[in-house]
Design a protein around this ligand. Structure first.
Ligand SMILES: Nc1ncnc2c1ncn2[C@@H]1O[C@H](COP(=O)(O)OP(=O)(O)OP(=O)(O)O)[C@@H](O)[C@H]1O
Ligand SMILES: O=C(O)C1=C[C@@H](O)[C@@H](O)[C@H](O)C1
Ligand SMILES: [Mg+2]
Length: 169
């Protein structure tokens, strides 16, 4: 039987998709799934190693498959990779889903990602790269989102409670 996520979280690196998604799933008593973790499990190695060994294009191919699979089979809270919205195929697949954009401005995003450890795209000059990624992707997050939650200066627990309230019928 096909099923669908209660909620899909999108947003820039450091928006808190994994952290808030985990807290939200716990608050709702459902499973949390993250396409970044799915890709790592499938590839048998961390994302930075996939980028080094096979390149970003291969990672994006794995990501499109992971997004399609998770949207079709996961019934809980789903986080998708920060760059997943770059693919038109993923944006089209999100139509009809409840998609929450966790928005974050540059200062909080920089604080949260630190030196970019574990984030291959941010390995060099994290602040400038993050600014460029965020400027490029802001319209794409807005395009797919059915709701936007501002995360700056808020704790993951506050954000999880706010999203849980939004999801109530
Ligand atoms: N609202 C918040 N306030 C303070 N710190 C936060 C908040 N949300 C997340 N963090 C911290 O920021 C870091 C990045 O969060 P997280 O990994 O959840 O982001 P992400 O959106 O999943 O990023 P990525 O796109 O790289 O997967 C973590 O160390 C986390 O503890
Ligand atoms: O912003 C991005 O393009 C990325 C974000 C992470 O979630 C991972 O999907 C990967 O590091 C790429
Ligand atoms: Mg994450």
């Amino acid at each position: 039987m096909s099923t669908r996520p209660i909620c899909v979280l999108v947003g820039a690196p450091g928006a808190g998709k994994t952290t808030v998604g985990t807290a939200l799933a716990e608050a709702l008593g459902v499973d949390f799934r993250d396409t970044d973790a799915d890709i790592e499990n499938l590839a048998g190695k961390p994302i930075p190693e996939i980028f080094v060994d096979e390149g970003e294009e291969h990672f994006r191919t794995l990501e499109r498959a992971a997004v399609a699979a998770a949207l079709a089979s996961h019934a809980g809270v789903l986080a998708i990779g920060g760059g997943a919205v770059l693919a038109e195929e993923n944006r089209a697949a999100l139509i009809g889903h409840t998609v929450v954009h966790l928005s974050v401005e540059l200062p909080d995003a920089v604080k949260r990602v630190g030196l970019g450890a574990g984030r291959p795209l941010l390995a060099l000059n994290p602040r400038a790269t993050l600014k460029h990624l965020m400027d490029q992707r802001r319209p794409l997050y807005a395009e797919v989102a059915t709701a936007t939650v501002v995360t700056d200066g808020r704790t993951p627990e506050e954000l999880a409670a706010e999203i849980a309230a939004l999801l109530k019928p």
